[in-house]
Write a protein that binds this ligand. Structure first.
Ligand code: IMP
Ligand code: MG
Length: 177
């Protein structure tokens, strides 16, 4: 399946699962080193990060907790600029070391809104781990601590990322044609 059609758009295969997995393992290795003897809380951002989080956290070997939040900012292939919190954090992160797990950081609106929201609980530290980072689209100053892969500004689907709700189940990452 080198091409997929989702609604009005056609996509072609761009990053194979094996290449993704290699990068995910590298991030896991860095986290294992940085959080040795610590007890971080991983906050997974639904929906997009579910596949990355699953593969990443299976390779994380520090004692940790895992929590979930759900936000939405995208409609179709455009960021709307306003970030809606659909499911809030049901977990005490006061004085805890937090690692946010995201699928993709694009303009940075989502991650900054999330940082503001989580910082209200006064965690001792927040770091960000993302599968994909679009450095040319990023407009914020917050450092993105763990990046599995940097990509261009083209719209991507697969491995958790969707186009209008579809395509998340694809094992590889596809790029819009
Ligand atoms: P930001 O707020 O502009 O950084 O956008 C981040 C969110 O937009 C991510 O959590 C994704 O859900 C979504 N997003 C950004 N770029 C893409 C893409 O290329 N494909 C699918 N979703 C994307
Ligand atoms: Mg998303």
């Amino acid at each position: 399946m080198d091409k997929v059609q989702i609604k009005d758009k056609s996509f072609r295969k761009h990053i194979l699962f094996d290449a993704i997995h290699e990068k995910v393992l590298k991030v896991a290795g860095r986290i294992n080193e940085d959080y040795k003897k610590k007890n971080p809380v991983f906050v997974v951002v639904l929906n997009g990060a579910f596949m990355f989080a699953s593969d990443l956290l299976k390779k994380v070997n520090v004692d940790c907790e895992i929590a979930f939040v759900k936000v939405a900012s995208y409609e179709g292939t455009k960021s709307t600029g306003s970030v809606k919190s659909l499911i809030g954090l049901n977990h005490n992160i006061n004085n805890r070391e937090v690692v946010i797990i995201e699928d993709i950081v694009d303009t940075g609106e989502t991650i900054v809104a999330l940082l503001d929201q989580l910082n209200r609980q006064s965690p001792s530290q927040i770091k960000i781990a993302t599968l994909l980072f679009k450095p040319k689209a990023y407009t914020k100053d917050a450092p993105i601590d763990y990046v599995a892969m940097e990509v261009g500004n083209e719209f991507l689907v697969g491995y958790g990322l969707d186009y209008d709700g579809f395509g998340r189940n694809l094992e590889d990452i596809y790029i819009v044609d």
